[in-house]
Design a binder for this molecule. Sequence first.
Ligand SMILES: [Zn+2]
Length: 308
Amino acid sequence: VTAVTGHVARPLSIGCDVGGSKILMACYHEDGTFSGRVRARVPGSAPAIIAMIAGYALAHAPRGTPIGAAVAGLVTAGGSVLSGSYIKWDGMSVAAEISAATGAPAYVLNDADAAAWGEHHRRGPGPRPLLMVTVGTGVGGGLVTAGRIYRGATGISLEVGHILADPCGPRCGCGSSGCVETLSSGTAIASRYHELSRAGSAITAREVVAYARSGDKLAQQVVSDAGHWLGRGLASLTRVLDPGLIVIGGSVARAGGMFLGPAEDALHHHRMPHAAGLPRLSLTTSECGGDAGLYGAAVLAAAAQDSG
Ligand SMILES: [Zn+2]
């Protein structure tokens, strides 16, 4: 017989982060920790993902424990997912489906919004608004202002990956050209290096960053250019939003200075030239790391439950 500690007994909520290839699920506790962490391949269909989340919730927490899910895709204010880059959601009411399958309240939000909320919550009081930009396979964004996630009119806002950085840039999946995502994402870094190096086999952004670290000049240029275009895009955004803090998360941010340095330089040079007295706006790396989305979703679900 194992003694059940208060810690294991009753989580405040369950957090889920549904990415393009991996799903992360864990129980969130009052002391800010997670237990029962599960990381798995994302099932290929939306109903299978919902079944996986429901199965986890029913197995790991008492019935009725609220569930927060961060999803890579366009999420409406009501918790429907209109589309995702990887999964066909087709406007499914994901929050309602999870709720029906578990009998628990469920909250669904965009993964970058969740990451922004996670960073806001982890950092406590500080310079605001907080702009979160996630640079991984794609590029996403979220904004926390006045203690709330900014959602716009329809829930779809802060699509930082799809603001214009270079009008002459590559075609984007959204139908436009030269979006930040086509120039600064991990996908963009990998394909640009592949194209310029004429390498025979496909390469990942992580490999390009490793090449750059070991002195490969072409890799260094590709990573630096990607950072530059991110900074150009962020400069436009700061003219509109005037954020107090910009947090950069996602796998590409782990490249560090070789990516963030050029981004910060471009941001500084294109921010607001006639407001030279402004303090330099630096880019901060994520405090939650890979858990930002998981954490934000879990905290949101726990708080929503609290406030009834
Ligand atoms: Zn686009």
